[in-house]
Design a protein around this ligand. Structure first.
Ligand code: ATP
Ligand code: MG
Length: 396
């Protein structure tokens, strides 16, 4: 399906004339995509099985079926002028079906590679981008043959991992065997545990005409495998390192013939080397700050990519620090439910609160984020630390 025809929002938003953009998946990324699309005058359709999905709640249309449901996909085909995905675990098969008839950004082939850690690493290497030494473990023989040099390591399921789920740290061969069993003897990748100085990510948007624009490099702090803090401009990242990361990400996207927003996560090792960790074929948690700190957000860039509208280089107009707000904040030290002190947080200058409309707060569940913008990075960081203290989050 060609992407070269521009899909403009209809002049009148009413009923039949409306131009509808579709998104597979109804999580917070879908919600922020829907909001960006609506701001530009598009109607939206979200496909997600959950009756109360964050994106479904704010979309003009919510198709409430499984991702592979024929009738659900038929409804998306009938209503939408173009489709995107917000969730890399949407079965690639659903995107192949949609892509046969509609512009889909990103394409199913790109998503399929991102869904498989081995294929992803192979792609990095093909593009001349370093990744962690690793071994594929699909059989007991492969487990037995693993090179000792990969220990201590992290065993990660080949598919369906996110937020540190589906991975275990292992120090010895015995621990490795036990971990493989615990993960269900499913196909895995064992990665060598690398000495990280810190982590960064690059978010880019690539159009059908091959134009590429980059968000500034972000520095990310993870806690328990989940993103906790994003800082921009990235402290400790030289112009050389930023350029190297940007070029690597652009090569990775070009090698996929990618259309849409792509995030590449990198490790910066203690010796300064840049190593690609993984990529996400969609807007990314580490780019949420762009809503408040850039003149074009990662979500608007996704809209522009899928509709063939021009890309402009995002300008960071304010330094920013983003704090992820996980479900843990909805409980006090005794485990009783509470409402976090929003009024006190919002009394801080430059605090932008985003809540995703999820009802059940649970340990580790992404409920929202807070971006603090300020005239200088130091000021943003100081206020973000005050917000963290009010919320009971650790300092960083
Ligand atoms: P998400 O999709 O939410 O980013 P994920 O579950 O796919 O996460 P990874 O990005 O693979 O998980 O790993 C989560 C975190 O664990 C990384 O951001 C990093 O902090 C740490 N980590 C992962 N692999 C390695 C490694 N090889 N060496 C050192 N640390 C690692
Ligand atoms: Mg990750």
């Amino acid at each position: 399906m060609s992407h070269h025809k521009t899909i403009l929002p209809a002049a009148s938003g009413a009923g039949a004339q409306a131009t509808t953009l579709g998104v597979m998946g109804g999580g917070q990324l879908g919600r922020m995509f829907v909001q960006a699309a609506q701001r530009l005058g598009y109607f939206t359709a979200v496909l997600d099985p959950d009756v109360a999905s964050p994106a479904g709640l704010v979309s003009h249309v919510h198709v409430q079926t499984d991702y592979l449901d024929e009738q659900g996909l038929a409804q998306m085909l009938q209503r939408c002028a173009a489709v995107t995905t917000e969730f890399e675990n949407v079965p690639a098969g659903a995107l192949y079906t949609l892509g046969a008839h509609l512009p889909t950004a990103p394409g199913a082939d790109s998503v399929a590679i991102c869904q498989n850690r081995a294929a992803e690493k192979l792609h990095f290497r093909r593009c001349g981008v370093a990744c962690a030494p690793h071994a594929v473990i699909e059989t007991a023989e492969q487990l037995a043959r693993v090179d000792d040099a990969l220990l201590p390591g992290i065993l990660k399921t080949m598919r369906l991992g996110y937020d540190g789920k589906g991975q275990m740290r292992v120090r010895t061969r015995d621990e490795l065997a036990a971990a493989w069993g615990e993960l269900g003897d499913t196909p895995c990748v064992l990665e060598k545990l690398l000495p990280l100085a810190f982590e960064v990510s690059v978010i880019l948007a690539r159009a059908a005409n091959e134009d590429v624009v980059l968000l500034p490099v972000q520095r990310n702090l993870h806690r328990e495998g989940v993103l906790a803090v994003t800082e921009v401009p990235a402290p400790g990242v030289s112009q050389t390192l930023a350029a190297q990361a940007g070029e690597a990400a652009a090569r990775i996207a070009a090698g996929l013939n990618y259309i849409g927003v792509l995030c590449v996560e990198f490790f910066v090792l203690e010796d300064g080397t840049l190593v690609a960790n993984e990529m996400a074929p969609r807007p990314h948690n580490s780019g949420h700050y762009s809503l408040d700190a850039c003149d074009v957000s990662q979500f608007e860039l996704q809209v522009r990519c899928m509709t063939g509208l021009p890309l402009t280089v995002p300008r960071l107009h304010s330094p920013a620090v983003m704090l992820n707000l996980l479900g843990d904040l909805w409980f006090d030290a005794q485990g009783r439910e509470r409402t976090p002190p929003w009024a006190e947080v919002l009394a801080l200058p430059g605090a932008h609160l985003h809540l995703y409309g999820k009802s059940g707060a649970r340990h580790g569940r992404k409920m929202g984020h807070l971006t603090v913008t300020a005239a200088t990075f130091e000021a943003a960081r100081t206020v973000a630390l005050e917000a963290a203290a009010l919320l009971g989050l650790p300092a960083f």
